[in-house]
Design a protein around this ligand. Structure first.
Ligand SMILES: Cc1cc2nc3c(=O)[nH]c(=O)nc-3n(C[C@H](O)[C@H](O)[C@H](O)COP(=O)(O)O)c2cc1C
Length: 308
């Protein structure tokens, strides 16, 4: 997710049962040509595994150049064929690609020729599902490794219901794993979509922003998860705007409107931390001691006693 699925948030959702995480969409041509852009857009570490890097590109060469630089650090390269924004369509990236299956085919082909990590596509559906079937078959013909399908057309708003029929069709015609995306806000939603469509897994965006513990079965973001996020964001260093917005999403269901008015108007990280300490008992020092103890216990339990 643009702005949001950066390293601290990826580590957070992993702690709460997410199996695969994606970077925000990154422009492939900029990534390939600028060291500065690479440093700003993508950071990772040994815990960030498996991670899929998602690129937006308008042609196979830009994409393969970016994929080659990223490949040693990631478990997959994903092609964004879903971004509906006007600027993206003008640049012939994102959901524009849903009307250009031949370019997508070429992109997959070029990535697979240059790097040895899986290459996936994140698509939307067409109004006429026969076009979606044709699109998917073309990508499969050049060895796409898995597919995520957002069950809406490029013109549909996210308030409209997703098409289970479209997701099911993509799964039925695919010979590779398919993940369904759209309207997963709880584990129940995820299970219902899997039951209705037969897909191999689900992807959540707005749901997991609001509740990063969604895939651990929580229906409302537990306080512990918020505390974990604060700890991770501070440890890695996070821009105050993004830090604040993550917290606003996470408190969406639990804060009263009066509280939100105060909390949402804060502008600096120290002010946010003061608010959380005062109103929620945030105690990062205690959190860090607890985590260190847990780690120590894990290491002690993993030791083999060679004298016995
Ligand atoms: C804040 C935000 C950022 C997003 N950024 C991306 C992105 O970088 N790449 C992408 O493929 N989709 C992106 N999306 C779209 C989501 O991946 C997803 O397709 C869409 O929100 C529908 O799923 P949902 O109902 O789980 O939100 C973004 C959505 C949101 C709300």
């Amino acid at each position: 997710m643009v702005r949001y699925s950066k390293l601290p948030f990826r580590e957070l959702v992993r702690r709460y049962n997410c199996d695969i995480v994606y970077t925000p969409m990154i422009l492939a041509d900029v990534f390939a040509s600028s060291n500065y852009a690479r440093e700003c857009e993508f950071s990772t570490n040994i815990l960030d595994d498996p991670v899929v890097i998602q690129f937006a590109a308008s042609n196979g060469l830009d994409l393969a150049n970016a994929a080659e630089l990223a490949a040693p650090f990631v478990s997959g390269i994903d092609i964004n064929c879903g971004c509906p924004q006007k600027w993206a369509i003008q640049e012939k990236i994102g959901s524009h690609l849903m009307s250009d299956p031949e370019t997508v085919r070429d992109m997959v082909r070029q990535v697979k020729a240059r790097v040895d990590v899986p290459c996936s596509i994140k698509i939307r559906i067409h109004r006429d599902l026969r076009e979606t079937e044709e699109f998917v078959k073309r990508a499969l013909s050049v060895g796409v490794d898995f597919i995520t399908v957002h069950g809406r057309t490029r013109r549909q708003k996210s308030t409209e219901p997703v098409s289970l029929e479209g997701m099911k069709l993509v799964k039925e015609v695919s010979t590779v794993p398919v993940l369904a995306n759209g309207d997963v806000f709880t584990m129940q939603d995820a299970n219902d979509i899997v039951a209705a469509t037969g897909v191999d897994g689900t992807m959540s965006a707005r749901g997991i922003l609001e509740n990063p513990a969604l895939y651990a079965g929580h229906t409302v973001t537990p306080w512990e998860c918020i505390e974990d996020y604060v700890d991770l964001a501070l440890s890695y260093g996070t821009n105050a705007f993004i830090f604040h917005h993550h917290l606003m999403y996470m408190f969406e269901k639990s804060m009263s409107n009066a509280e939100k008015r105060t909390f949402n108007s804060l502008t600096t990280t120290p002010a946010i931390l003061d608010y959380l300490e005062e109103h929620y008992g945030l105690d990062i020092a205690r959190k860090r001691v607890e985590r260190a103890e847990q780690k120590l216990n894990r290491n002690t339990n993993n030791n083999v006693d060679i004298t016995s």
